[in-house]
Design a protein. Sequence first.
Length: 291
Amino acid sequence: MCLVKQQRYWFWRGYRVRYCHQGSTCNGVPLVFVHGFGAALEHWRYNVPVLGAHHPVYALDLLGFGDSQKAAAQYGVRLWVAQVYEFWRTFIGQPVCLVGHSLGSLVSLTAAVAHPEMVRGLVLLTLPQGRPRGQPAWLYAWLGGLERLLIPVVTLPLFYGLRQPAVIRWVCRSQVYHDPTAVNAELVQMFARPAQEPGAALTLCRMAQASSRPGYAPRVSPLLAALQVPVLLIWGEHDRLLPIRQGRRWAEQFPHIRWVTLPSGHCPQDETPLQVNQLLDEWLRQWHTEV
C-alpha cells in the first residue's frame, strides 16, 4: 500500500502507535487524518498522497487498530482524543485541520472542543451520534452491565468468522460500500491483517465492553454547538450504517456547518476520492483566506 512507505512508529504511554507523514516541505495548513472503527491509516490511501502535495499531512492508527498496539487499555473516545492531542503536541505544535471518518469524526470533534488551540478546521466524513440521549441512567447502567457479561460469549466466536478475507469482502460490498468494485484486495487486506495479530480478539472484546459504558462517548449535539471553527460535513447518500437524515438534521440545526452529500456508501473518502479531495482543497482555500 502506498502509505506504508512513509510509515513510522511512535511510543505513546508505552504503547506502539503507527503513523505516516507526507508534505514536510509544504506551507499549507497541516492536516491530521483519523480513521474509523476497524480501519487504519491505509483507508486514506487516495487522499494523503494528493493533499500531501500542498499540505503537511499526517495519518495515524488509533490505539487498538491497524498496526498500532492491541493494548489492554481502557478504550473510549476520551483515550483516542488524548492520543490525537499528544500526537499533535509531539510532532506538529501548530493549529491543524482534523479530518475524521465515522468514529474518527467523533474523536476529531471531541478533540476540537476539548483542545481548541489545536484545531483551525474540521472535516467530518459521516458522524456517529455518540452517547444516546433520553434513556434513564439506571436502565442504561443495567443494560450496559448485561451487555458486558454477554459480549465475550458472543464477540469472540463472531470475530473469528468475520476476520476471514472472504467475509470481509462480502460485508464491505453488501453493507459498507455502494460501489462493490471499490472493494479491492488492498482494502480487504487493510481490514484483515490487523485482525490476525495476537491480542486482536481480546482488544475487540475490550472495545465492545467499553462501548456499553456511559463514559465511552459524548453526545454530539452539545459538541457541535460549542465549536468555534469551520466544519465541513460530508455524507454518503447511500450510507447504510449511518443514515443520511441524521447528518442533514445537524446541518440544519448548526449554520456553521457546510453540508455536502456524495454518491457513495459509508466511506466517501475511499469510494469517491476525487470529489472528496477536491472538496477539501477548495474548502481549505476558502476558509484559510477568511481567517
